[in-house]
Design a protein around this ligand. Structure first.
Ligand SMILES: C[S@@+](CC[C@H](N)C(=O)[O-])C[C@H]1O[C@@H](n2cnc3c(N)ncnc32)[C@H](O)[C@@H]1O
Length: 220
């Protein structure tokens, strides 16, 4: 399995930090959905600077914020303190989640799982299944094979995975690219609720890549 490597958040400039501190559009839908369903315990898997941990904590969830980057976890913790919110913050590797079985009624995981290789991504799905309660929901994104990154001349790890080699916060980090068949295989233990494939266009018009956005449920 390729060694996990955190994002280098020290290389993220002010303009991009604003992006990473603003909750994503779909997080508001999931906040509403999971509130309506009466869910309370949420794992923000790969929390980054904490934009979703803060949103869900303000919405009444008991949030566990988790990331491989100690810088990211520390920033999330500081943000929560400024907001007088109580979060459980931990750093560690998604390949071995430090949580007991059935700890969470929902998992939010945006643009994180693709930072491993095929064997690692399979392991993350087993870990997510383990820590989710029966009937729990799991939202995640995966890089799509339609993304420009999959066509780049980056070092190949396996049929789905390349190592990003450009300067920046993701330098040296594996990127796993999925197609729909792979998603169905990865989610075999779950019930698939929705699958979308979305292209991000950055504000300067540059294609930001295609991602699958998937919502699944652990059977009751
Ligand atoms: C693109 S950022 C997304 C952050 C956050 N989910 C958001 O939407 O703002 C990816 C995050 O995944 C984290 N990450 C990468 N590999 C990881 C791993 N093996 N275990 C836990 N977190 C990891 C990185 O450190 C980084 O903070």
């Amino acid at each position: 399995m390729t060694a996990s490597k955190p994002w280098n958040w020290n290389l993220v400039g002010e303009k991009d930090r604003t992006y990473w501190q603003t909750p994503s559009a779909e997080s508001y839908y999931l906040l509403h959905r999971w509130q309506q369903q009466g869910r309370r315990t949420l794992l923000d898997l790969g929390c980054g600077l904490g934009r979703h941990s803060i949103l869900f904590a303000k919405g009444g969830f008991e949030v566990s914020a988790f990331d491989l980057s100690e810088t990211a976890v520390a920033e999330t913790e500081q943000w929560a303190q400024r907001e007088h919110l109580s979060l459980s913050c931990k750093s560690g590797d998604m390949l071995a989640l430090p949580y007991a079985p059935e700890s969470f009624s929902c998992i939010f995981c945006r643009n994180v799982i693709s930072h491993s290789d095929t064997a690692g991504v399979r392991k993350v799905f087993r870990e997510a299944f383990r820590v989710l309660q029966p009937g729990g929901e799991f939202y995640f994104t995966l890089c799509s094979k339609n993304s420009w990154g999959f066509g780049q001349d980056w070092p190949v790890v396996d049929a789905n995975t390349k190592i990003r080699v450009e300067d920046g916060p993701e330098n040296g980090i594996p990127h796993f690219f999925a197609d729909y068949d792979t998603i169905r295989e990865l989610c075999a233990a779950f019930q698939i609720l929705t699958v979308q494939q979305i292209e991000d266009i950055l504000t300067d018009g540059v294609p930001g890549g295609w991602h699958y956005h998937v919502l699944v449920k652990k059977p009751d």
